[in-house]
Design a protein around this ligand. Structure first.
Ligand code: ZN
Length: 427
């Protein structure tokens, strides 16, 4: 029997979560988080509607049971039961008969992609609506239509999940994914499910860094977390917002607003050495939750790592972003890139040469012999010279690797050897 690869496991979790109707609040989010709890011991937080979070207020909680449109023969022509995207997210309840002209004011379609259902929301303006394929919209005839939405928009809670893994240091790496989208696979079940398996991996190890995973609704969720946890942000040394990781597009790393943060260097290094196509982008103030983490009052070193960029692929925010659009092999590749970033972060530091005046004698310390086990003794020797010379506390091992064009793992192993021989220390 073939072992189940990580890509298949991540895909299966996406498949499990795909049918749930999520929004920025409500039972769909709770149900999602409770499935995630089967994998990691996620802490669930419930923040009451009306809570002030910086310039925003936690909204009313939205839940939906049923929604449909019937024509004058009583035939159901659009039914939320068939696709979560049929309902405008945060639609208020309604039960009314109306003309086609009136109904059309509340219908959303994609004329340029006539067979797809669009994804639309109206979180902050009370409204109702349905989304459908434009080709169906065009078949609608004059007549009286009956519209029914059994939804509630009431004082309740905003729900988010958090998982913290303490490390040897208080310094933290933050991983965040938005959990507010209904049946859309790449955006962002792919991000959520990759983070779950990374969290599981890290929870089984002793890590240098502490790791914080956030699963919160987009925008309002990260704003809420930042407002309620401002003191914790001082420990966030690195972070990535995870999204759009299951499609076959080139990787896109959007740098943090700092642009030269260690996470920006590490992500660029890992992508460059992955052998996979990728793009590096400077920070820009739209996109996902990096907008909040990188707002000027926080300016945290948090980037965004996706494959195809948001809004850039035809399936984006449509019914075509489904389980056929994402693939286990792409998810596995994305997971591997995230894992490599973690490995480089864990091993990277700014070393100091403890014998900085002229070169130390490597021979008498047995360091020539020590590297004898390596395939390329000559290159280990060269690596030692690079590490010793540039370990002045101002450069990281990764920067030495970049400067010397020697792979990071060789530089890292070399530094460990020099540490063992009391020639090197971390700052
Ligand atoms: Zn989206």
């Amino acid at each position: 029997m073939k072992p189940i690869g990580i890509g298949k496991k991540i895909y299966d979790l996406c498949e499990n979560l795909y049918p749930i109707c999520r929004s920025i609040t409500g039972e769909g989010v709770r149900q999602t988080l409770s499935i995630l709890q089967e994998h990691i011991s996620l802490e669930i937080h419930e923040i009451p509607s009306g809570t002030e979070v910086f310039d925003w207020t936690v909204p009313k909680e939205w839940n939906i049971k049923e929604a449909w449109i019937k024509d004058d023969k009583g035939t159901t022509i659009v039914d939320f039961k068939h696709h979560n995207l049929h309902i405008l997210s945060y639609s208020i309840p309604i039960h009314k008969k109306m003309s086609l002209v009136e109904l059309k004011k509340h219908l959303h379609t994609l004329p340029a992609q006539p067979n797809l259902i669009p994804y639309r929301t109206s979180y902050y303006q009370e409204n109702w609506g349905f989304c459908l394929a434009h080709e169906q919209y065009e078949t609608l005839k004059e007549g009286t239509y009956e519209v029914f939405i059994d939804a509630s928009l009431e004082s309740g809670h905003l729900t988010y999940g958090e998982y913290f893994i303490p490390g040897k240091t208080k310094e933290e790496v933050l991983f965040s994914a938005h959990i507010c989208h209904p049946s859309l696979a790449n955006d962002n079940l792919s991000g959520i499910c990759i983070l779950i398996y990374l969290a599981q991996y890290l929870s089984e190890r002793d890590n240098r860094y502490s790791y914080r995973f956030l699963f919160a609704p987009g925008t309002i969720g990260s704003i809420t977390w930042l407002a309620l946890n401002e003191a914790k942000t001082e420990h966030i040394n690195h972070g990535i917002v995870a999204s759009l990781l299951g499609d076959g597009g080139a990787f896109t790393y959007k740098k943090s607003r700092q642009e030269t943060a260690e996470i920006d260097q590490v992500a660029a290094y890992v992508l460059k050495n992955s052998g996979l196509p990728y793009l590096l982008k400077d920070y820009f103030p739209y996109g996902y939750d990096e907008r909040q983490f990188c707002s000027p009052g926080f300016n945290l070193p948090v980037g965004n790592l996706s494959r195809s960029q948001f809004g850039s692929f035809p399936e984006y925010h449509t019914s075509a972003d489904n389980l056929k659009f994402i693939r286990p092999d792409y998810l596995a590749e994305s997971y591997e890139v995230y894992l490599q970033i973690i490995k480089v972060l864990e091993a990277n530091y700014r070393p100091v040469n403890l014998n900085p005046k002229c070169e130390p004698q490597l021979g008498i310390r047995g360091l020539y012999k020590a590297v004898g086990g390596y395939k390329d003794q000559q290159s280990m020797h060269i690596a030692m010279l690079w590490v010793l010379n540039y370990s002045d506390g101002s450069r990281s091992l990764l920067e030495i690797a970049e400067k010397s064009a020697i792979p990071f793992d060789i530089i890292s192993k070399t530094a460990k050897l020099l540490e063992d021989h009391q020639l090197l220390s971390s700052v």
